[in-house]
Design a protein around this ligand. Structure first.
Ligand SMILES: [Mg+2]
Length: 372
C-alpha cells in the first residue's frame, strides 16, 4: 500500500530593501530620492556605516556596509539624497505586523530575520505549484495594500530553492522554480550565487576548477570532503543539486518589546496615555503568535542614554492589554518614586518588554475585548 505524498512546496518571502522601505512608507515624500539608512557609531558626527540603501541610492553606488562618509561623497551632488538614522524599534513594529500576515497563511511558518520568512505550503496547496503561485500573489497584494510595501516571493521545492528563486527576482518579484526546472535554473549559476556560499568557499572551489553550480554538482565527493570536511563537503554537493531537507519550523520567540520616544522628556510619570498603543500592540502580537506572557517589564532611557529597567512576574500568563498596561503603570509609578530619591534625571524614551512567553489556547484569553 502506498499513500500519495504531494510534492513539497515552500514559499520564501523577502521584504525589499526593508529598513529604507520602512522609511519611505513613514514619509512618502522621500520615495524616488536616494534613501540611505545609517548606523551612526557616535564617535564623530558622520562616523558609521550604511545599513540599507533604497534602489535609487544603490543604482548610484551606495551599498550596505560602506562608510557613511563615502556614501555622502558619492551622493554629494545629489541634493535630494536623504540620510536617516536607523530606527530598529520602528522597523520591528512594521516587521511584526507583516510576519503576522504571513503566519496566518500557513501552519508551517518560520521567520529567519526581521525581513525574511519561509512558509511550507505543501498541505495547503496539495503540492500544486499553480496554487502556490496564486498564494504568492495574494501575499504580495496583501502586504502592499495593508503596509504599502513591496516584497519578493520565491517558490520552490525546499527552502534553498525558494530562497534562490527570491534572490534572482529582487525587488518586487515573484519567481516560481518548479521541481523539474531546478537543474536548468541552477547549472549555469556561478557557485558564489548559491545561498550560503561566501567569498572564501567560492575562492577554494575555484582553485579546484569548480566555477559553476553544474561543476559543483559533478565534483568528486572525496575532493570536496578533503577540502571542506565530512559535513560541508557533501552538503555543498547536495546544494548544487538543489537538495535541502531542512524543515520549516517556527523558532521559539523569547520576548516582544516596544519603545517610543516621548514628545517631551519626562521627570514624572505623566505619559500613561502614550503607553496605551504599546500595550495594545503587544497584546495583539501575543494573540497572533498564540502566546501569553508571564513577565512584564518597563524600559526607560534617560536623556544621557542610560537604560533602566524594572519587571514583574505574574502567576497566570496573560494576553490582555489592560493587564499589561496596569502592571506597566504600576512599575512606572514605583520607578519614578524610587528614582526621585536617587537624584534628578529625565526620561527620553520609554518601552514595554514582555518575556516568559508560553504557548496558549483560545480558552486562556480572558475577554473578547482583547481581540479588538
Ligand atoms: Mg530583504
Amino acid at each position: 500500500l502506498t499513500t500519495f505524498e504531494p510534492p513539497r512546496v515552500v514559499i520564501a518571502v523577502d521584504l525589499d530593501y526593508f529598513y529604507a522601505q520602512c522609511e519611505e512608507v513613514r514619509d512618502p515624500s522621500i520615495k524616488g530620492k536616494p534613501v540611505v539608512v545609517c548606523v551612526f557609531s557616535g564617535r564623530t558626527e558622520e562616523s558609521g556605516a550604511v545599513s540599507t540603501a533604497n534602489y535609487v541610492a544603490r543604482s548610484l553606488g551606495v551599498n550596505s556596509g560602506i562608510p557613511i562618509t563615502l556614501a555622502k561623497r558619492i551622493l554629494h551632488e545629489n541634493s535630494s539624497a536623504v540620510f536617516l538614522p536607523m530606527d530598529i524599534e520602528y522597523y520591528r513594529i512594521v516587521s511584526d505586523r507583516i510576519m503576522g500576515i504571513l503566519r496566518s497563511k500557513s501552519e508551517k511558518f518560520e521567520q529567519t530575520s526581521v525581513d525574511e520568512a519561509y512558509l511550507d505550503v505543501t498541505s495547503k496547496t496539495q503540492g500544486n505549484y499553480d496554487a502556490a503561485e496564486m498564494l504568492g500573489k495574494e501575499i504580495k497584494q496583501e502586504i502592499l495594500s495593508l503596509e504599502k510595501m513591496t516584497c519578493t516571493v520565491g517558490i520552490g521545492k525546499n527552502k534553498l530553492m525558494a530562497k534562490m528563486a527570491v534572490d534572482s527576482k529582487k525587488p518586487d518579484g515573484l519567481n516560481v522554480i518548479v521541481p523539474d526546472q531546478v537543474q536548468r535554473f541552477m547549472n549555469p549559476l556561478q557557485v558564489g550565487k548559491l545561498f550560503g556560499i561566501g567569498p572564501k568557499t567560492e575562492e577554494k572551489l575555484r582553485t579546484i576548477g569548480v566555477n559553476t553550480v553544474a561543476e559543483l554538482a559533478q565534483a568528486d565527493p572525496n575532493t570536496l570532503t578533503n577540502i571542506f570536511g565530512k559535513h560541508l563537503g557533501p552538503t555543498l554537493k547536495e546544494m548544487a543539486s538543489g537538495e535541502d531537507n531542512s524543515p520549516v519550523v517556527e523558532r521559539p520567540i523569547e520576548q516582544f518589546s516596544r519603545i517610543i520616544t516621548l514628545k517631551k522628556n519626562a521627570e514624572a510619570f505623566d505619559f500613561a496615555e502614550d503607553l496605551q498603543p504599546l500595550s495594545s500592540d503587544l497584546s495583539r502580537k501575543l494573540v497572533s503568535s498564540r502566546l501569553a506572557c508571564k513577565s512584564i517589564g518597563i524600559i526607560a532611557i534617560t536623556n544621557q542614554l542610560k537604560i533602566k529597567t524594572r519587571s514583574k512576574t505574574i502567576t497566570t500568563p496573560t494576553q490582555s492589554r489592560e493587564e499589561i498596561l496596569k502592571i506597566v503603570e504600576e512599575l512606572f509609578s514605583h520607578f519614578f518614586e524610587e528614582e526621585k530619591l536617587a537624584g534628578s534625571f529625565k526620561i527620553r524614551r520609554v518601552g514595554i518588554r514582555i518575556t516568559d512567553l508560553t504557548p496558549t489556547t483560545i480558552q486562556k484569553v480572558r475577554t473578547l475585548e482583547d481581540y479588538v
